[in-house]
Design a protein around this ligand. Structure first.
Ligand SMILES: *Cc1c(COP(=O)(O)O)cnc(C)c1O
Length: 433
């Protein structure tokens, strides 16, 4: 039996199993909903990035885990062990990483509107780089750094004009974005000039991130080419030599059978060729390369276990199967009509001959996990698994309707480790006065 997540199989009881853990038993022991991730898969994904930089670029780079995909202490520890850095986007993520013992110098602080407090906190903690998004941020960083008597290493975020948010990509015109300094309008050039003149800032490199859930190599190659030429242009114009090129993340993953992710090795092979070619053409030193995978590190390593409750059949229209979670633990359908694959954890090999709408329990009609999902005939009380929920689920979870957040569990060699325990009603009252 093949599932879209490689780490799943069926055990002798006929139940869905991950890393030697029977997922029906996990549901009984820890309750539902529950997020369960396969630790070996997360580590394997980390190694694929780290190894690809070694293999195709002489190890002259660093893979950062974009921690907004799944941020908790357990993940920062795991990422540190795998020799990666982390991309953080808020004071809260910095705090979580440092609380887990993550080395500050391997944190890269992103965002389009970091607050004064966050910037000051990040600089005091000694984060490795701040990825400055715009003029306001550069001015703020320079001022705070001056007051603290330090020089801050900054990477400047550029919008390179490659939009790859969908299955195909657009070459120009991606100037309507809240992120980054725009290349086509000359804004990027201006900002680099400004940063170069600032006393308490050292520009170490440039950054771009062209989208998410991307399935093609071409937009990444094009972005690398544009960024390399930008490095050369800025060296000629402002005498700024960017030693670091941060190419962002956005590698696609499999949510359903339709999705066809690219191989990380192929990506690094293609991109490093482009970088080396332009470096030779423009006579600039080879930059230290940074990549920032988030989704592709954790998404396919994780699933969510739910218990089926109400089943409502509307003849000729659809069948709603409601589960004991929903938009509070997985808001991706209500945010962007994302698609998922679901399978019965009790009966994963049964014929998938029913078409259902998997619905949540919140007071919102849009609170669905998916529509037209093909699955075996389900009964009330049955444990179902929604696959590929390792990224942007727990990290996007809320307490809407005062529903506590599920636990985050890691399966490793037949054992379950609790990374985040289930929230209690009391936890939800902690800030209530
Ligand atoms: C979200 C984000 C990433 C990670 O994107 P994925 O699609 O999860 O790989 C990397 N870098 C930046 C700047 C981001 O905003």
């Amino acid at each position: 039996m093949q599932f879209i997540m490689d780490c799943l199989n069926v055990n002798e009881k006929g139940h869905l199993q991950m890393s030697g853990c029977d997922l029906v038993e996990v549901a009984e022991r820890f309750g539902t909903p529950a997020y369960v991730l396969d630790e070996a898969t997360v580590r394997k994904n980390c190694r694929a990035y780290v190894d690809s930089i070694k293999k195709y670029y002489g190890g002259n780079g660093l893979a950062l885990y974009a921690s907004k995909a799944l941020s908790c202490k357990y993940m920062y520890r795991l990422i540190a062990e795998e020799g990666m850095g982390a991309d953080v986007v808020s004071g809260g993520e910095i705090y979580t990483a440092l609380s887990a013992g993550f080395p500050a110098e391997r944190l890269y602080f992103h965002g389009n509107n970091k607050t004064l407090d966050e910037l000051e906190y990040a600089i005091k903690c000694g984060v490795g780089r701040i990825v400055a998004d715009n003029r306001t941020e550069l001015e703020r960083i320079n001022k705070i750094a001056g007051e603290l008597g330090v020089c801050v290493k900054v990477i400047i975020r550029i919008t390179p004009g490659v939009d790859a948010h969908t299955h195909s990509f657009i070459k120009t015109g991606q100037i309507d974005s809240k992120f980054g300094a725009i290349l086509e309008t000359g804004e990027a050039d201006e900002i680099v000039g400004l940063a170069a003149s600032m006393e308490n800032i050292e520009v170490t490199g440039f950054h771009c991130h062209i989208g998410s859930q991307i399935f093609e190599l071409a937009p990444f190659e094009l972005a690398a080419e544009i960024m390399m030429n930008f490095i050369a242009d800025m060296r000629e114009k402002h005498g700024v030599t960017a030693r670091e090129l941060d190419l962002g993340g956005g590698f696609g993953i499999k949510y359903t059978e339709k999705d066809t992710p690219i191989d990380y090795g192929e990506y690094m092979h293609a991109v490093s060729k482009t970088v080396k070619r332009v470096a030779a053409e423009r006579d600039i030193p080879l930059p230290f390369i940074i990549v920032e995978p988030g989704r592709s590190v954790v998404a396919e390593a994780g699933l969510t276990l739910y218990t089926v409750g109400t089943i409502k059949e509307i003849p000729g229209i659809r069948t709603y199967v409601s589960i004991d979670g929903g938009m509070t633990d997985n808001p991706r359908y209500i945010l962007y009509q994302s698609e998922y694959t679901a399978v019965s954890a009790e009966n994963p090999e049964a014929l998938r001959n029913s078409v259902i709408t998997l619905a949540g329990k919140c007071c919102e009609s849009g609170d669905l996990i998916g529509e037209n999902m093909e699955i075996s005939k389900l009964h009330t009380g049955e444990i179902v698994a929604v696959l590929s929920t390792g990224a942007y689920n727990y990290s996007m979870a809320s307490n809407y309707n005062r529903i506590p957040r599920p636990p985050v569990l890691f399966a490793a060699d037949g054992e379950i480790k609790t990374a985040v325990r289930r929230e209690t009603y009391e936890d939800m009252l902690i800030c209530d006065m």
